[in-house]
Design a protein around this ligand. Structure first.
Ligand SMILES: [Zn+2]
Length: 268
């Protein structure tokens, strides 16, 4: 059993062979690689919505070094401390799937896991990690999951739609939201920009009950040039680098970077 819902009519999807069908006869084939594409045509306005392939490959390589596992551990530890026998867990904006896959490794196989991202390329990469996760190409503004069926939503560095969070979470469900503070990766900003603009938009608090909210700050050491470059490439800053600053990359060795995040657990 799973909680997948038709993105067109929002009725439950049932598996029939290699195809998911709703009672209104909308059908969606499981891809060769094992994911399901539930992105509707109007959402495909860009050819390849989501992160670029270069950025996704860099992200996968970087995350697999484990340098960002302290972030993952914060999320996993909260879920573990509030564990139920069986949980339906959705990782929103899962990208190439590292966090979803590691969450399943750390929380175990008694739960149902969904990883959703708008990028087909990202989900295609994610299927390599674990075939028993429901990998979904879909839109976070129209989450293809049944009403009030999720115990946990994780949203790491991704935009969330509050109405869809309310609709999909169970009454006692919660969302763990990880967002970047101003000081996050400040060293990279200094490397790339002449002048680091201090963003005026403050952390956006969602209008839900807050179960927990704290800043998570840590300096991490990235000794290898290759890993440091991959971290750069997975941030939008890399793609804004000016010509005259390119030489910085040629001489870049390791990096010490600041992780500066806000972790908030919400209950709608
Ligand atoms: Zn339908």
């Amino acid at each position: 059993m799973n909680q997948l819902a038709c993105p067109k009519c929002h009725k439950p999807l049932m598996l029939d062979g290699k195809t998911y069908k709703c009672e209104d006869h909308h059908s969606y084939d499981i891809s060769k690689r094992g994911y399901i594409n539930l992105l509707l045509n109007p959402d495909k306005s860009k050819n390849n919505p989501g992160d670029s392939k270069e950025s996704l490959i860099a992200r996968k390589a970087y995350l697999n070094t484990g340098h960002y596992d302290p972030i993952l551990n914060e999320v996993v530890n909260y879920i573990k401390a509030h564990q139920k026998e069986h949980m339906e867990i959705l990782d929103l904006g899962c990208g190439e799937g590292y966090y979803t896959y590691r969450m399943k490794q750390l929380l175990g196989n008694d739960h149902t896991y969904y990883g959703l991202d708008i990028s087909k390329e990202a989900i295609n990469m994610a299927t390599r990690y674990d075939k028993d996760i429901h990998w979904i190409v879909g839109n976070s503004k129209n989450i293809p999951i049944n009403d009030h069926s999720l115990d946990v939503i994780t949203a790491l560095f991704t935009v969330v739609n509050k109405d869809e969070i309310v609709r999909t979470l169970k009454e006692d469900g919660y969302m763990i939201h990880v967002t970047a503070n101003r000081g996050h990766l400040i060293e990279i900003k200094h490397l790339i920009y002449d002048e680091v603009k201090v963003k005026s938009d403050k952390f956006i608090r969602l209008p839900f009950e807050v179960l927990e909210s704290y800043d998570f700050k840590k300096t991490i050491s990235i000794p290898k040039r290759e890993d440091a470059l991959n971290l750069l490439k997975m941030t939008p800053h890399y793609y804004h680098i000016k010509k005259e600053k390119r030489s910085v990359l040629d001489t870049l060795q390791g990096l010490d970077v600041t992780i500066d995040l806000r972790i908030t657990v919400y209950r709608p």
